[in-house]
Write a protein that binds this ligand. Structure first.
Ligand code: PLP
Length: 438
């Protein structure tokens, strides 16, 4: 018998087999229905019903299923690129297509390097990231990531790029107003750039709202405004990784909009096809491409399936579905979810509840007064995840990790199409699960 090798060396033959899905529900081979309160992996933003995607796929497959984007283009590639340029802020007008979030990040890292080399600053190599940040599983993206649990074994293969602390107001030790704290935290970037030598730093990468490692941690807007100022001052490119939070997840089309900041590059994935096909994008500011126009050797980079016409046709159809009404529903359901979790504010194991749009993070701690984390061996988040799953709700499990501290979290990131009744059922189930484990 063969088994599929999974994340975390999992070969558990008991994992549920999903044969069908609709709206907010996954259906197992035994006909059991599970509420997908994680939208897969914060991917299935439009829910599990195809809403015309199946017809788009069939139509595109009947015309042309593959062309190499190193020489050709196709109507869906042209159409999607135009839409993304119009949807994204500022002069992020050029699209480079790939197949996964990790690849979108790799592309941004390489392009940052090309930009500096073309401008005659080849010693700019480092990509500064943040502890607890997650940008992908491939080696460049993982080098820029600070999720220690996912890095440990692969350290020998990773670039030794410097990092600042996470944008994690719940655990910040800065004093003053939220704005003053945000300014101080962003100041870590300036200090590090100066320590490293600005002439050695190519880029800074961050998730504007963090996802898998510290669900929904987000600072006062001043943080990213300072980041923008610092990057400009030292000639460092700012890459906003919106693979998880782009396309309406935080209640605005892109999370950077909350902070009123336009990055130099924006990476997109997940919600771009709402899960119906693997596709991602790196959006690039016009100004970055100018020095590359006359460069002799630049951006020799691409993937065989970049801009695959079927995946691109799907994304071209899906991005039109992120309407103002859908985003308004995301905001309303997010508030409803967090209202439903209100009983947890008095729980003896809940330290923080964070929400932005339809993204909710709950942080479990041994002592809510001090924020002391649980011993990771207790697996508190796993127990809560399993309890909720037994009651038919799949949540996004998380045990973030930073050197010396490992957090226990749970994230809710259901489809943006979430209905009121299902939202109530999700919060009720999570409250019961936490109460049972408490
Ligand atoms: N960047 C962020 C912010 C992510 O959350 C993820 C995945 O969770 C990635 C990059 C990597 O994307 P993928 O798993 O599609 O390679």
């Amino acid at each position: 018998m063969s088994t599929l090798y999974k994340w975390g060396a999992g070969r558990d033959p008991d994992h549920p087999v999903i044969t069908d899905a609709y709206d907010e529900y996954l259906v197992t081979e035994d006909g059991e229905e599970i509420i997908d309160a994680a939208a897969g992996a914060a991917v299935v933003n439009l829910g599990h019903s195809p809403d015309g995607v199946d017809e788009v796929m069939a139509e595109q497959a009947s015309r042309v299923g593959y062309t190499s984007t190193s020489y050709f283009t196709s109507p869906p590639v042209d159409s999607l690129s135009e839409k993304l340029a119009a949807m994204t802020p500022g002069s992020l007008n050029t699209t480079f297509l790939s197949n996964s979030g990790s690849e979108a990040v790799e592309s941004a890292i390489k392009l940052a390097r090309d930009y500096h080399v073309a401008r005659g600053e080849p010693e700019r190599e480092a990509v500064i990231g943040r502890w607890q940040g997650y940008h992908g599983a491939t080696l460049g993206a993982l080098s820029a990531s600070g999720n220690t649990g996912r890095r440990t074994t692969y350290k020998p293969y990773l670039q030794d790029w410097p990092k600042i602390g996470p944008a994690y107001p719940y655990r910040w030790e800065y004093s003053g107003s939220p704005e003053e704290q945000a300014k101080a935290a962003a100041g870590e970037l300036e200090t590090l750039i100066k320590q490293e030598g600005p002439e050695t730093v190519a880029a800074f990468i961050a998730e504007p709202v963090s996802g898998s490692s510290i669900p929904v941690a987000h600072p006062h807007p001043r943080y990213y405004q300072e980041v923008r100022r610092i990057c400009d001052e030292y000639g460092v490119l700012f890459i906003a990784d919106e693979v998880m939070v782009g396309f309406g997840r935080t209640g605005t089309m892109f999370a950077s909009e909350h902070f009123d900041v336009v990055p130099d590059m924006l990476t997109l994935g997940k919600g771009m096809s709402a899960g119906f096909a693997p596709i991602s994008a790196t959006m690039i500011r016009d100004e970055l491409l100018e020095p590359l126009e006359d460069a002799e050797h630049s951006f020799y980079h691409g993937h065989t399936f970049s801009g695959n016409p079927i995946a691109t046709a799907v994304a071209d159809h899906v991005v039109d579905r992120y309407t103002p009404e859908l985003l308004a529903n995301a905001r309303a359901r997010g508030e409803q979810l967090v209202d439903g979790l209100a009983p947890l504010r008095d729980s003896s194991i809940v330290g923080d509840i964070r929400q932005l749009g339809l993204m909710v993070g709950v942080e479990f701690v041994a002592d809510p007064e001090t924020g002391e984390a649980f011993d990771p061996d207790l697996g508190v988040y796993k127990q809560i995840f399993e309890r909720a799953f037994e009651e038919g709700v799949y949540t996004y499990p998380g045990g973030g990790s930073v050197d010396g501290h490992r957090g226990d979290h749970l994230m809710l990131a259901p489809p943006l199409t979430l209905g009121e009744d299902v939202a109530d059922e999700i919060s009720r189930t999570v409250v019961n699960a936490v109460t049972d484990v408490e």
